[in-house]
Design a protein around this ligand. Structure first.
Ligand SMILES: [Zn+2]
Length: 604
């Protein structure tokens, strides 16, 4: 098998990619000899690096994020053989890097140990304009370290895209744009356009606007200042597709954007923006919705997309920023969805002033920030966008649900999960364990929510918590490298101790059956009556005392709010029940609920 595979590999193709004078192999076949995630980026999007060998040489590559599923799905693995269908050759700080935009794993060739002794591609140095920082250039990843010389060579794109009109012969995918690419044109849809913002300070004043641009490979933000603001502001319209070329490319300022791109564009004097005659082959805004009921488990300051039915819109009000003393217009909206939850969402500035969506419209928001004010609330970022009644499947589904049952439903706000506010849980959403199983809640594609009154009968003691990062709002698992050295990959920090957080499996029972529920830290604290940190400390000092804490947590009856969703483990599927919140029983409410149920038996 390996010898057959070896005979298919395009020997010498990699060095030709970086050398125009050599004959090129279209769609070369190479072996994957290494694969590894990049250190996590600020926005959390995973990226992978891979090393490919053509037996003669090996080269570092960065995989476009749309290829992530073939890595996480285990299709692209060390040892396998692939056909590189679309890629771009870059040279960064003297190191040759391919950005892989599309590839195909040749599964019929199987997997093999590294064939031959491929050598790193030789480095040839050119002049460089600037020392450009890059996320690619970390050292020590497979093969030689980066040398100090800064190099930049020309590059070409070999793309599997259909040829476009001659005026726009080389359309680059957004994903391939970097400070090292020149002479590119992108064809992208403007998915959001900001208002014009002005600034005045002691030395300068000016204005700017920015747009978010999207194609099938990714998204990028572009900003125009002063003259470019005058020149281009009216040309861009949200929703339209443009050819754009001659912009400056620089490292993205992630604090001002919700987009997932390491770079951003600045319009310059010779920037060309032209509306595309063909609007159809560029995707519409991409959403990755979080259900309102799931917000409780989303960390503060995360940027998400959300869709909901507009239940209520308040009047515009003004607040004065404490830091800048500038007044801001804001408007608070209340959204609901079929998770049975409602949430407050604030829109700002012109979006707040011009807001005219009718009550009960479906609104999709891209780029909203999650805050923990009032339990959970949302705020539309200036880089975000709002679409009223979008023509997308989720919107139609939500509309159908709302007309059928949502209009008369009552909703739990995240604020009411916090404390003693009286419960708005309706009796019809309470299920017995037998009903949960019989109705196969969670078997469909969507998560299903239900309330459950049940008694804790067993708490699994091993793996009931994990060591988490101490950084504000992080909560990621840390690893102990050396005693007293707990490393968080995400924050890139080492802490002297972790904070333990619960991740528990709890067996509960009611008069109809038993069910395993899982929960996170806040619910864990309520069930155990102590923090995971304290419990771990106690366990080290006195194992028996820690056992007693588990004993005491048993046999308590609580009201659980749960979410059922199907989980895939390889070929197997099973429903996972997650507790999103738990409460002590309020006996007077409970009594009224039971009274209502008993009432139903009265046949008069
Ligand atoms: Zn961290």
């Amino acid at each position: 098998m390996a010898s057959e595979a070896a005979s298919r590999v395009s020997f010498g193709a990699l060095s030709a990619i970086f050398d125009d004078t050599k004959p090129q192999t279209p769609e070369p076949i190479v072996q994957c000899v290494h694969i590894k995630p990049l250190p996590p980026q600020q926005n959390n999007q995973e990226r992978y690096r891979a090393v490919f060998s053509d037996i003669s040489n090996y080269v570092q590559t960065m995989l476009a994020t749309q290829l992530n599923p073939i890595v996480t799905g285990g299709v692209l693995r060390k040892g396998c053989f692939v056909r590189l269908k679309s890629f771009q050759a870059n040279s960064v700080k003297g190191k040759k890097i391919l950005v892989i935009i599309d590839l195909e794993v040749l599964q019929e060739l199987g997997e093999a140990e590294k064939i031959g002794e491929p050598k790193p591609l030789e480095t040839k140095t050119d002049d460089d304009e600037k020392n450009q920082p890059t996320t690619i250039s970390s050292s020590g990843f497979y093969g030689s370290k980066i040398q100090g010389t800064q190099v930049q060579t020309g590059m070409r794109v070999q793309s599997a895209r259909p040829a476009l009109g001659s005026a726009h012969a080389t359309i680059y995918p957004i994903e391939a744009i970097s400070p090292y690419s020149h002479k590119w044109t992108i064809k992208a849809r403007c998915t959001s356009k900001s208002t014009i913002k002005t600034w005045h300070n002691r030395n300068t004043e000016g204005k700017l606007f920015s747009v978010n641009l999207l194609d099938d490979s990714g998204e990028i933000r572009a900003t125009g200042f002063n003259d470019q603001c005058d020149m281009l502001y009216d040309i861009f319209q949200e929703g339209n597709v443009y050819y754009i070329s001659n912009c400056r490319v620089q490292i993205a300022k992630k604090q001002f954007t919700n987009l997932n791109n390491d770079y951003e564009l600045t319009f310059e004097r010779d920037t060309v923006v032209e509306k595309a005659e063909d609007q159809s082959d560029v995707p519409q805004v991409r959403f990755n919705f979080t259900a309102i009921g799931d917000l409780q488990s989303v960390e503060k300051d995360t940027t998400i997309d959300v869709i909901g039915v507009l239940k209520e819109a308040m009047e515009v009000s003004q607040i004065v920023s404490k830091t800048t003393n500038k007044p801001y217009n804001k408007r608070e909206l209340t959204l609901v969805d079929n998770s049975g939850f409602s949430v407050r969402l604030t829109v700002w500035g012109a979006t707040a002033l011009n807001f005219n969506a009718l009550s009960e419209s479906v609104i999709a928001f891209k780029g909203v920030k999650v805050s923990d004010f009032g339990g959970r609330s949302l705020s539309l970022l200036s880089s975000g966008s709002m679409t009223v009644d979008p023509d997308i499947e989720e919107a139609h589904r939500l509309k159908g649900w709302y007309d059928a049952q949502g209009r008369d439903g009552s909703f739990t706000s995240h604020a009411s999960l916090l404390g003693t506010t009286s419960s708005t849980m309706r009796p019809d959403r309470f299920k017995t364990i037998a009903q949960v199983k019989e109705e196969q809640l969670g078997m469909s594609e969507e998560a299903v929510y239900f309330s459950l009154k049940a008694t804790v009968i067993y708490i699994k003691q091993d793996n009931m918590c994990y060591p988490a990062c101490l950084s504000e709002g992080c909560n990621k698992k840390v690893t102990e490298l050396d005693p007293g050295q707990w490393r968080c990959e995400r924050c890139d920090k080492t802490h002297s101790r972790p904070e333990y957080r619960y991740i528990m499996l709890v067996n509960v029972s009611d008069h109809t059956g038993q069910l395993w529920l899982s929960c996170f830290d806040d619910v864990g604290r309520l069930i155990m009556g102590t923090s995971a940190d304290q419990l771990m400390e106690l366990r080290q000092a006195d194992e028996k005392a820690a056992g007693d804490v588990f004993q005491e947590a048993n046999c308590r009856t609580l009201n659980f709010r749960c979410r059922a969703k199907i989980d895939h483990f390889g070929d197997q599927q099973r429903i996972r029940y997650q507790i999103s919140s738990a409460k002590e029983i309020n006996y007077s409410e409970e009594a009224s609920r039971l009274a209502e149920l008993i009432e139903l038996y009265n046949v008069s």
